[in-house]
Structures are given as C-alpha cells and as structure tokens.
Ligand binder design. Sequence first.
Ligand code: PGA
Length: 252
Amino acid sequence: MSLPKPLIIGNWKMHGLSAELETLVRALAKRHAETPKPGTLGICPPFTLLIPAKAVLQGSGILLGGQTCHAKGQGAFTGDISAAMLADAGCEIVLLGHSERRAGLGETDADVKAKAEATLSAGLTPVVCIGETEDQYVAGETLDVLGAQIDGSLPDGADAERLVVAYEPIWAIGTGRTPTMDEIAKVHAFIGERLAAAGVSGTPVLYGGSVKPDNAAAILALDGVDGVLVGGASLKVDDFFTIYAAGAGTAA
Ligand code: PGA
C-alpha cells in the first residue's frame, strides 16, 4: 500500500476523551466528506479511542494510526500493545520512535527498528520519527544525528511503499519555533539521499514540529517534504483541516 502524498498526520499524544469522538473525529470526517483534497489524512488518537474512532471514520478515507507499539506480537508485557492489536483496532499506520518516547522512555534506535519490523509483520506502515536536540542543532550535528538514526532505526526488509519517515527537530516540537525553510529543505534532501542509499528511495518524508495553519503551505511546498506530522494543531479541527488543505494548494 503506497499512501498518496502529501500525508497529513495528526499526533494527538496523550490527549482525547470520548467527547472528542464527536467534536474532533466526526467533525473532521464531515469536513473531509464535504471538501475532499488529494493526499492522505490520518489521525493517531490515544489507544482508548482507536476502536470507537474507527467506527466514526468508517468509509471516510481518513486513516487511523497508533502512537507506538511493542516489538513482540504478544506476551507478558503489562501495559503494552502489539502491532497486531493496533491492526485489529483498525489502524493502518504506527508512529514509532517519537522523541517524547526516545527521551522520556529511553527508546533506542534498535528498539525503534524492532518495533518497525513488528509493525510491518502486522501489515501496518511504520512512521519512523527522527530528529536532533537543540544542542545538536546549535553544534551543527543535525545531519550526523539524523544519518545515524536512519541507519539504526529502519526495519530490515524496508520497502518505500510501506515506510514513512518523519523529521521532527526536538526543539521545534510544541515550541512555536521551526528551522528556516532553507534548513528544512536541506535536511529533507539529505534524508532523501540517505534513504536512497539504504535502498528505500522514494520513501515519503514528513516534517513535524510546530506545524500550524500559517506555516503549513510554505513547509509543504518545499522540495522533499511529502507531508507533515502535526501535534497541537491536530487537536483543532479548523487548524488541522486548514493544514490539510494547504497540502493540496487550496484554501480551506
Ligand atoms: P507539535 O508536535 O506540532 O505540537 O509541535 C509535533 C509532534 O510532536 O509530532
């Protein structure tokens, strides 16, 4: 399954109660049905909302995704969730290696790789997140850091049709700050080359980190940017739909 570009994916993080099934999920499906755009629209709500969200999204064309998974298919892993469980709940994609999990929960590149392999085995598409810290950015180490993360996190047997990479500078997440457009374009060019060297040329590469309605069109217009991963702004239907519409080059 190759996902049509641009990919506009919402990462709800630890936000969302049942009430949001109406105010966010159904409202988004309604907007999408009224004014469909080219590309792929997807949301990654918390685990508790996946099954009811799938029911609301049925037939809408909007993808559902998980925010992580365990590397094993099943077993004695209290509190964890497997890729097969996410598939069973109706997910088609899984975010992996988000910096909040790498930093907060100690996920390593090897963990992300194992989870990505489990995701592929379950028939889902991994969205592998990579990004540098502010110190690394200031020290000019961004490309080295990203290169190592790509080499260490990509699943064996990766195939560009079933893989997405998201570049999220850690210092841009939730801060309202972003790299310059020139910096984003250069980093995406580098990631594209590195993915080609790894045999997965053409893998969609998303940008994430403070994507908002007012910067989405400029970011999405950059060469090498195949979509965006949106945190805070994905929790507001108008903002998220405006970002989606920006990807299609049309105003919402
Ligand atoms: P943000 O988050 O859009 O709120 O900066 C992006 C992310 O963490 O995926």
